[in-house]
Design a protein around this ligand. Structure first.
Ligand code: NAP
Length: 308
């Protein structure tokens, strides 16, 4: 029984140690490795190999080592193959840290003070309390809900948007595309934590950015293709958006000539908001393997019809 891992090889070394310690009965290999393809029952991927069905005829579960599954083409997989995404405490903690850093920085005008410093300008701006700032999160999944919980403890007014309506105490929730403009109208700071699907690709375009209050700020931690970059650049230049913090872009990395690199109102980080932590991730994968064999629902089982 083999688990084949096809993702960052350096982190894979830690996965190998953990499998050896916690599940010595499972033969763990890092891609490409020397695993016998017929013995591969579990495949853990960031970007999956092609021809999965032909390569691994006895595959039982496809694990994404990331929270998102947008690199996986479901149409190329056997219909009955379960796909499981990564839900583990390390990813959640990393995302909460990043979004709090970004929201607090925007709330306290740090990008503006950075620009002032470059001009050697000593200029205090007025300080509004967190309670006067409205923060909206697109996506009320594992990550969106965890982020909102911490934003509420800091005193921000919080808003959320998802496909189906949710009820979250202390957060005003909106559900469905028809209510998106209304939700956006409430967001001084907008955080995107959506999965990438056909429905969410290009969602953040000029029409949606125009629904935000003038001078709103954006924190983009979903996936690059959610955002139409040229529409963001126009919105930044017109003052509709005051600042954008982007952890994800399309493509990744951006080519050196891309205007986002040098725009004074853009802060870029290289898709590091959150990372799967091997120690907690392996525990979740092993629990899911146990559940799979016991016929119990796996944590993070993807609904292929919805795409997330
Ligand atoms: P999740 O638990 O699957 O939650 C997804 C949320 O998005 C759900 O609330 C869902 O609505 C909503 N949604 C999906 N499609 C929608 C649509 N068409 N319209 C409105 N709402 C829609 O996902 P998660 O674990 O929170 O992760 C979210 C995403 O974060 C990942 O897919 C990935 O793109 C991104 N991420 C980024 C990083 C990074 O380092 N930058 C790291 C990890 C994850 P319902 O609740 O109604 O189903």
């Amino acid at each position: 029984m083999t688990f084949l891992y096809k993702a960052d090889p350096q982190r894979g070394e830690r996965w190998a140690e953990l499998f050896a310690e916690k599940a010595p009965d499972i033969d763990f290999h890092i891609w490409p490795g020397k695993a016998d393809p017929d013995k591969v029952r579990y495949l853990g991927v960031w970007e999956p190999p092609d021809r999965i069905a032909e390569r691994f005829p006895n595959l039982e579960v496809l694990f994404s080592v990331a929270a998102g599954v947008d690199k996986i083409d479901f149409s190329a997989l056997p219909a009955g193959l379960p796909v499981v995404r990564m839900i583990e405490p390390g990813i959640v903690a990393g995302m909460v840290e990043y979004v709090l850093w970004a929201v607090l920085g925007l709330h306290r005008d740090m990008p503006t003070y950075r620009r002032f410093q470059e001009e050697r300008l000593w200029k205090p701006l007025s300080l509004s309390p967190a309670g006067g700032r409205r923060v909206g999160v697109l996506g009320l999944g594992e990550l969106g809900r965890a982020v909102l919980r911490q934003l509420r403890t800091l005193g921000f007014q919080t808003f959320g948007w998802s496909r189906a309506p949710h009820v979250i105490e202390g957060t005003m929730c909106f559900g469905g595309r028809d209510h998106l403009p209304d939700f956006l109208a409430h967001c001084d700071i907008l955080v995107c934590l959506l999965p990438l699907t056909t429905e969410t690709t290009g969602l953040l375009d000029k029409n949606m950015l125009a629904c935000l209050p003038r001078g709103a700020a954006l924190v983009q931690v979903g996936r690059g293709p959610h955002l139409v970059a040229e529409d963001l650049l126009s919105a930044l230049d017109s003052g509709q958006i005051r600042d954008a913090i982007l952890d994800v872009t399309e493509p990744e990395p951006l080519p050196p000539s891309d205007p986002l690199w040098v725009h004074p109102r853009v802060t870029l980080t290289p898709h590091i908001a959150s990372m799967t932590q091997p120690d907690s991730a392996v525990d979740v994968v092993l629990e899911n393997i146990r559940r799979f064999h016991a016929g119990e629902p796996m944590i993070g089982l993807v609904d292929k019809a919805k795409g997330y």
